[in-house]
Design a protein. Structure first.
Length: 421
């Protein structure tokens, strides 16, 4: 299935807006309820039950639960023939203790990787879930005039599953979320503090970074700190490795093509001032915007750490764990659908935004189906978005007027796409 060549405003444009206005209050209520009862990745049991019950209540043609542990996939068939479109919302919260002063603030606590933590929807996935439930209401109400089918994907564990568990978009795909039927396009959104409420943001092509974590262990030989020549010092060697890593991007990567980041965020070695230890362990993260450059950075980090260590007669073990791929908005789909976003939000409220060095597992869906992932502003007009507490902050705050814009955006994207020629 190829993309349509032209898109026009859907015949359902006014009914969509009316239905969105009618459901707005319920969307806000769902968001507050989910916000007050946040659940960590792979633990979205209550949230998934609310979603599934809602879709079943709307008379969806098919509702699958327990996909990738707690995911829900619903299928809504329109009465008229047309293509299949998928929409995705993530449902998981973060191990963050809420500091926002709202009546529905989270007081939830849970265990995350063995540690007791507060739980909060600090990334706004409560909004994504409530918005998609709202879209389900809007489109189910219009199903007799709707072309094609809409697949609703409610996904667990976007923020990574707990240690030792599988989950998220990749696992949903493995369990058939994109099959039977396979969509021709997929749309998703993320609320962001970086834009004012009322604004939408998008990019074409690479939009969010790949995210990989690495560990480097330098193996020396323990000895007395007063006689370093009797051993091999992994602390000095690690310092050289860290400085060397600064050249991976600055001297090795063509930054005129795409940027990249290599960060060492943790270093651990030694127990006392007068003992040179056996080992030093470092951990860090790698972000890139191109899959080829991603492999190149991995190769350079590995060779550099190993070669520098060898130069100091130390051993070195490098482990790089690939996490999420680059989130790439399909250029043709983006060009086709941006006019829809401009019509929904108003031309002047749609911005071409900078690349985001955070990552998203929506990227896995986009590797198989042309996708568009865009941003919805949630910062109050009187606050400077550059100073607003960012997503993942315990003070992340959502202006709920953003929710109806999210509902309208997704509903219009679907209807414009399925009626496209
Ligand atoms: Zn997040
Ligand atoms: Zn998120």
């Amino acid at each position: 299935m190829t993309l349509p060549t032209s898109i026009h405003p859907s015949a359902l444009a006014s009914p969509i807006d009316a239905a969105a206005r009618a459901v707005e209050e319920r969307v806000i209520a769902w968001r507050r309820d989910i916000h007050q009862h946040p659940e960590l990745g792979n633990r979205e049991i209550r949230t998934a039950a609310i979603v599934a019950e809602h879709l079943i209540g709307l008379g969806f043609n098919d509702v699958r639960t327990g996909v990738a542990h707690t995911g829900v996939v619903g299928l809504l068939k329109g009465a008229l023939p047309g293509p299949v479109v998928a929409l995705r919302a993530d449902m998981d919260a973060l191990p963050v203790t809420e500091e926002v002063d709202v009546p529905f603030a989270s007081k939830a606590r849970a265990t995350w990787n063995g540690e007791p933590v507060g739980v909060m929807h600090a990334c706004g996935h409560d909004c994504h879930t409530a918005i998609l439930m709202g879209v389900a209401t809007v489109l189910a109400g219009l199903r007799h005039q709707l072309r094609g089918s809409v697949k609703f994907i409610f996904q667990p564990a976007e923020e990574m599953p707990p240690h030792g568990e599988d989950g998220g978009a990749k696992m949903m795909i493995q369990e058939g979320a994109l099959q039977d039927p396979t969509p021709s396009a997929i749309f998703g959104l993320h609320v962001t503090s970086r834009l004012h409420v009322g604004q939408l943001g998008y990019r074409s092509g690479p939009t969010m970074a790949s995210s990989d974590r690495f560990s480097i262990t330098v193996h020396g030989r323990q000895t007395h700190g007063a006689a370093p020549w009797l051993g091999v010092d992994p602390i000095v060697t690690s310092a050289q490795v860290i400085l060397g890593l600064q050249t991976v991007v600055s001297r090795g990567i063509d930054i005129s093509r795409e940027p990249a980041v290599v960060t060492v965020g943790m270093i651990k070695g030694g127990v006392r001032e007068n003992i040179i230890p056996d080992n030093v362990e470092m951990r860090g993260t790698i972000r890139t915007f191109d899959e080829g450059m991603r492999d190149d950075v991995h190769e350079r980090v590995t060779t550099l750490a190993e070669a520098v260590s060898r130069g100091s007669r130390a051993g070195c073990t490098v482990c790089i764990e690939k996490n999420y791929p680059v989130t790439v908005n399909d250029p043709a789909l983006t060009e086709l659908m941006v006019p829809t976003l401009q019509r929904v939000a108003g031309d002047e409220h749609v911005q071409f935004v900078p690349k985001v060095t955070g990552s998203e597992d929506f990227s896995y869906f986009q590797q198989l189906v042309p996708g568009l992932f865009f941003f919805v502003g949630v910062t109050r007009p009187e606050i400077d978005p550059a100073k607003a507490p960012a997503n993942h902050s315990p003070r992340f705050h959502v202006d709920e007027r953003a929710l109806i814009l999210g509902v309208r955006s997704l509903a219009h994207l679907v209807c414009d796409f399925v009626e496209g020629r």
